[in-house]
Design a protein around this ligand. Structure first.
Ligand SMILES: [Cu+2]
Length: 660
């Protein structure tokens, strides 16, 4: 667009707009109610599922398996996004010149993406969400924290930090924004009382009581952090008072923004930032250092791909966290006087199981180095790795060596699949996987959708909206889907999935027809709960995969019943809040159903795990029981779990054989 027009358009819209915008002062005084039914919109909303299909039916698209497809336009560039309902993805950009989608005559930087129609609704966001973070709460609300100062064209700091200017944006440094997702197009972001301190590039992790912890960040931004503006503290939402100092954030400069953080089943946090790592007992405020992470910086801007691997009955819901790629820069190398964009990214993968060992383990190496790769957990128990580049790091700037503004280059367009059930050294495959045509560089994102496809969006390594003939990595609005191998398979249509899951308590039964089970047999069926998390900066904060314990009863007509435990009696395995539940048969998932986990905000109700029936199959020997019919709840449950694990392993190996 010619410069004259880019200047004129906002001015014109400024003249005709103005009056209908919400009053931020009034909103900012709203106080979040930390009650069991804590949502402020509307007050007293119970943590139940309002528009919850049962997870039955078949996908409505004819996507080609193992291929990407460009499907729509996100309206704003998808720097951050999450799945709010089964049909809506909520997207946040930084404040910039998104002229294609406007709210009250100003460029939008938030949108609601309708998955059925691939259309967007612009959403009013008061303050600059540039490099903010988010998570879901125990009551189903989503919260977004922090950001940058108000900006004008080119991402330059605006004269006014309280609105006005071409984008009419407010300072977002201490912002707390809350959304109750909806399917009727009426929900909006609400601004709550601010955080105690400024946080640009913070991390957020859901906790056992439905609240969240907010960690780190800096005050004013930049490529990396520095001592003059570091915010080496944590705080909670809903607030528990003044921020609390955290030594690892003091001592891991400069690459310690977006500190990588996971709640472990022990109730402690694993924190990994720059080269440092620790276990943090946030309840007692005690830090236990771990050995440095080997080979590479996985934290932003190194931005390795990271994920907690599936928590399953076979591994007794023991957490292993995997880190792949990043960059091996030392603290004194995070300066911009050399050609960072051409520097090869790291290709190592390492993992740690912090609740049982403080040792780092080398895992299967990537086929090529990668920065800003992103792991999406699929319901077939594999991890899909997409996005990012082969050289450089996250970040951008006005440097002669930058690619446009990008600090990364050589996009990796072909995805990978990691199967944690395969032997170490042999877990990666890209056999048969098609490539994307859209580089997904800095400020890209990805999410698992209810139909089991992967939604990919964003990419904008630029200070403001930047497109044009010569721009190698433009502001990207195109959205894509990737359709995994199972996408066109006939999906199981389970009957009897609950809309709420408890911690412990009575098992439930899920019915599967002979057509659902096909040739696989109910021995190869399992129930998977996935929280997709909040996607930004090559991370999905809060992403979890939990397999429920189950046993089965097979019938002579080929149908069967799964007897399914609730979640294990421990909220730290999957904190309360919204998630999707899938029934998989031979790895082929049903459509995801919306499920609320737990009992809302506050201390969770935890019940003893109810006993599961012993597994039984009618053939070849009628009435043979699968796990010895033990009548002690734990032994019966674990027996079923082990069988299921072996079944999945066989399916996994069979799959690889097919791919080869
Ligand atoms: Cu960023």
């Amino acid at each position: 667009m010619p410069m004259a027009l880019t200047v004129l358009l906002p001015l014109l819209t400024l003249l005709v707009s103005t009056t209908a915008r919400p009053q931020p002062q009034a909103e900012a005084t709203a106080t979040y109610l930390a009650t069991a039914s804590g949502s402020i919109l509307p007050s007293g909303a119970a943590p139940t599922n309002t528009a919850a299909p049962s997870g039955t039916g078949q996908p409505t698209r004819d996507g080609t398996v193992n291929q990407f497809q460009i499907v729509g336009n996100s309206g704003v560039s998808a720097q951050q996004m999450f799945l709010g309902t089964l049909n809506k993805v909520y997207i946040l950009d930084k404040t910039e010149e998104n002229l294609q989608l406007q709210v009250d005559g100003f460029p939008a930087w938030g949108s609601e993406y309708d998955l059925a129609t691939d259309t967007v609704r612009g959403m009013f966001v008061l303050s600059n969400t540039f490099c903010a973070a988010g998570a879901s709460l125990g009551n189903g609300s989503w919260v977004n924290f922090g950001g940058n100062q108000a900006v004008t064209w080119g991402g330059l700091t605006a004269a006014s930090q309280t609105g006005g200017g071409p984008y009419d944006d407010w300072d977002g440094g201490q912002a707390v924004r809350l959304l109750d997702p909806c399917d009727d197009g009426t929900c909006e972001w609400v601004n709550l009382a601010p955080m105690t301190t400024r946080r640009w590039y913070p991390s957020v992790e859901p906790l056992e009581d439905g609240s969240v912890i907010v960690l780190g960040g800096d005050e004013w931004g930049g490529y990396v952090n520095d001592a003059s503006q570091n915010n080496p503290t944590i705080e909670f939402f809903p607030s528990r008072g003044a921020p609390i100092g955290l030594n690892i954030l003091l001592n891991s400069l400069p690459a310690n923004l977006y500190p990588l953080t996971w709640l472990l089943p022990s109730g402690n946090l694993l924190i990994q930032t720059n080269w440092a790592a620790e276990i943090y007992d946030y309840k007692a405020n005690v830090e236990y250092p771990l050995p440095n992470i080997p080979n590479a910086v996985r934290t932003y801007p190194g931005s390795g791909a990271t994920a907690m691997l599936p928590l399953t009955p076979a591994n007794n819901w023991t957490a292993t966290v995997l880190f792949c790629g990043g960059t091996n820069l030392e603290p004194d190398q995070w300066v911009t006087n050399w050609t960072i964009a051409a520097y090869p990214a790291d290709e190592s993968c390492v993992s740690i199981s912090p609740d049982i060992s403080s040792t780092w383990t080398y895992d299967s190496t990537l086929p090529e180095g990668r920065t800003m790769g992103q792991f999406i957990m699929l319901p077939d128990s594999t991890l899909f790795l997409t996005n990012g580049g082969g050289t450089g790091t996250a970040g951008y700037g006005n440097d002669t060596w930058a690619i446009g503004h990008s600090y990364a280059d050589n996009p990796v367009l072909t995805p990978l699949v990691y199967d944690p059930r395969l032997p170490a050294g042999n877990r990666w495959s890209r056999q048969g996987l098609g490539s994307s045509t859209v580089p997904r560089m800095y400020h890209s994102s990805a999410l698992l959708l209810p139909d089991g496809s992967v939604f990919v969006a964003g990419s904008n390594p630029n200070p403001d909206y930047t497109v044009g003939a010569g721009v190698k990595y433009p502001t990207e609005y195109r959205t894509e889907r990737f359709y995994p191998w199972y996408y066109s398979s006939r999906r199981p249509e389970p009957q009897g999935l609950p809309s709420n899951l408890s911690y412990g308590g009575e098992p439930f039964d899920v019915q599967l027809s002979a057509q659902d089970l096909q040739n696989n047999g109910i021995v190869n069926a399992s129930v998977i709960v996935i929280r997709g998390g909040f996607s930004t900066h090559a991370m999905n904060m809060g992403q979890r995969f939990v397999q429920l314990n189950s046993t089965y009863t097979g019938n002579t007509d080929g149908s069967g019943t799964l007897h399914v435990s609730q979640l294990p009696p421990n909220p730290a395995i999957l904190p309360p809040g919204p998630a999707m539940v899938f029934v998989t048969v031979g790895g082929v998932p049903s459509l995801g159903a919306f499920v609320m986990v737990g009992s809302g905000m506050g201390t969770q109700q935890v019940l003893p795990a109810g006993a599961l029936k012993a597994s039984s199959m009618p053939l070849p020997a009628p009435n043979t029981t699968g796990s010895g019919g033990g009548n002690v709840a734990v032994s019966a449950a674990m027996g079923g779990g082990v069988e299921l694990g072996v079944g999945l392993l066989v399916v996994g190996l069979g799959l690889v054989a097919l791919m080869l």
